[in-house]
Ligand binder design. Structure first.
Ligand code: BES
Ligand code: MN
Ligand code: ZN
Length: 497
């Protein structure tokens, strides 16, 4: 979709103009009302349209105006934030698309009093919301139904400063681009997105300045990635470890922030096979890695002034004659031995080696992993918050604030010795599942903590957030890209000053 900023209302196409709380007309709407000799005011009264936020009123023909007019309710401008404006933009996109217009001109340049944001920035956030919402995964539909055809392909935004809106939007477009890449790889079927395919997506980021290194099974075997390789050994697809580097900090020697993603491109459960009902959902078990990929793209696109290492731990968890068995013992990269009591607790196994490798190799300031790790986290938190687990309070605060700001919220859950002892094994150093006394998400986090070597670390269990069966305001149904905007905000706020 084409997004353009202009400094005055142009003619042609549908026009969107603003109405604020208590049916107060925005300046543009007011001018049109005058031109139409009070037509708009009357129409608003008749429809009892109050200008509440995200409410809309369509006026197909207004005297003096050639195209349609869509009145956009913005409520109280003082109550807006970047996020609420993005949501309005998303909602506006959905409405305009339903109206089958090719192009629309949007004039909210009369908005004033939004805290911390200039009018030009408000306009950019509106555009960002529309852009995020406009992405749809329909590449495999060869016979599209007419109603499904996205017709809207150009949005023109009126702004008091084209330059300022464009500058703000360039950053937001980079973030949206990362979010969309994540949603793409998460939506792709597992016969298309397998470990080597993810590595290929990563290599494409070289064009925009990301350094990429890929370890295959041979290299990992030599280095001792016994836990990760055990998970992939039942699959005909080769496991991969992908390391991406974006070194944008002015001080090149700055220790990096490391982001590590679970990348199970399909999780059958392995020999502890999952029930067939709902197994198809396990194509998104690589969402953590998908976020790492999307984030790296965003950082490079907007030339972020920060050093970030992104690692994707990629394998396919299949049952077969060569698959690992429940009760196998593997030796992890850290040297710790792991008793694999359940082959369906595979995410923590690939992460164990990826986390250990990352801290040993890059000595990061902070290390954050994202993983669709446990069904249990959805029992605790549903589909509203991702679970946050950490050994560092400051890191938790930074992440929680960032998540709130962008509408990708986190809720911290406890960790501690009492939970940790639940994963002591009788035959090895650690076992990959707890003793079945509840708290499945916590014991999973305790397992990961044994592989972070005291690095300040946080684990985000995104099993409930990566995919939405309902309809998210910004991202609709399906893959959400949850985590890209959150981590981007975390980096901007705390490390790019
Ligand atoms: N990938 C799943 C977790 C998951 C469940 C992600 C639902 C997204 C939606 C993970 O590998 C898994 O199978 N976890 C097991 C752990 C158990 C065997 C200890 C689970 O949650 O049941
Ligand atoms: Mn599993
Ligand atoms: Zn899994």
């Amino acid at each position: 979709m084409k997004i353009v900023f202009v400094d005055k209302s142009l003619k042609g196409g549908l026009l969107v103009s603003s109405v604020y709380e208590k049916a107060q007309l925005g300046n543009t709407t007011k001018a049109l009302d005058k031109l139409s000799k009070g037509f708009i005011k009357t129409a608003i009264d008749n429809a009892e349209f109050k200008g509440g936020v995200e409410k809309m009123l369509r006026l197909p023909s207004v005297p003096g105006l050639s195209g349609q007019l869509l009145l956009l309710g913005l409520g109280d401008p003082k109550a807006h934030t970047a996020l609420t404006l993005e949501k309005v933009g998303a909602r506006l996109f959905t409405c305009l698309n339903a109206l089958r217009e090719k192009k629309a001109i949007i004039d909210i340049s009369d908005i004033s009093g939004v805290k911390d944001l200039s009018v030009a920035e408000c306009v950019a956030y509106l555009a960002s919301g529309a852009l995020i919402r406009s992405w749809k995964f329909d590449k495999y539909k060869t016979k599209r139904e007419k109603e499904d055809l996205p017709v809207l392909n150009e949005l023109v935004f009126v702004t008091p400063s084209v330059k300022e809106s464009q500058k703000a939007f360039d950053k937001l477009e980079a973030i949206a681009g990362g979010n969309r890449l994540t949603r793409l790889v998460v939506s792709e079927p597992p016969n298309v997105v397998y470990p080597e395919a993810m590595a290929k997506y990563a290599r494409e980021l070289k064009k925009i300045g990301v350094q990429v290194q890929v370890l295959g099974e041979k290299e990992m075997k030599k280095l001792g990635f016994g836990a990760l390789l055990g998970v992939g050994q039942g699959s005909v697809r080769e496991s991969q470890l992908v390391i991406m580097k974006w070194m944008g900090s002015a001080k090149r020697a700055d220790k990096p922030i490391a982001i590590v993603g679970k990348g199970i491109t399909f999780d059958t459960g392995g020999i502890n096979i999952k029930p067939s009902n709902g197994m198809e959902d396990m194509k998104y078990d690589m969402a953590g890695s998908g976020v790492v990929l999307g984030l790296m793209k965003s950082l490079a696109m907007r030339k972020a002034k920060v050093n970030v290492v992104g690692v994707m731990a990629l394998a396919e968890n299949m049952p077969s004659g060569s698959a690992q068995r429940p009760s196998d013992v593997v030796k992890s990269l850290s040297g710790q031995t792991i008793e694999v009591l359940n082959t369906d607790a595979e995410g923590r196994l690939v992460l164990a080696d990826a986390l250990w490798y990352t801290q040993a190799k890059f000595k990061p300031q902070y290390m954050i992993d994202l993983a669709t790790l446990t069904g249990a986290v959805t029992v605790a938190l549903g589909y509203e918050y991702a679970g946050l687990f950490s050994n560092n309070d400051k890191l938790c605060d930074m992440l929680t604030k960032a998540g709130e700001t962008v509408g990708e919220p986190l809720w911290r859950l406890p960790m501690g010795k009492a939970y940790d002892k639940d994963i002591n094994s009788d035959v090895a150093d650690v076992k990959n599942v707890g003793s079945g006394r509840g708290a499945g998400s916590i014991t999973a986090a305790q397992f990961l903590e044994r592989f972070v070597n005291k690095t300040p670390w946080a684990h985000l269990d995104i099993a409930g957030m990566a995919w939405d069966k309902a309809d998210k305001p910004l991202t609709g149904k399906g893959a959400t890209g949850y985590g890209v905007r959150l981590l981007n905000e975390f980096l901007v706020r705390n490390f790019e000053k």
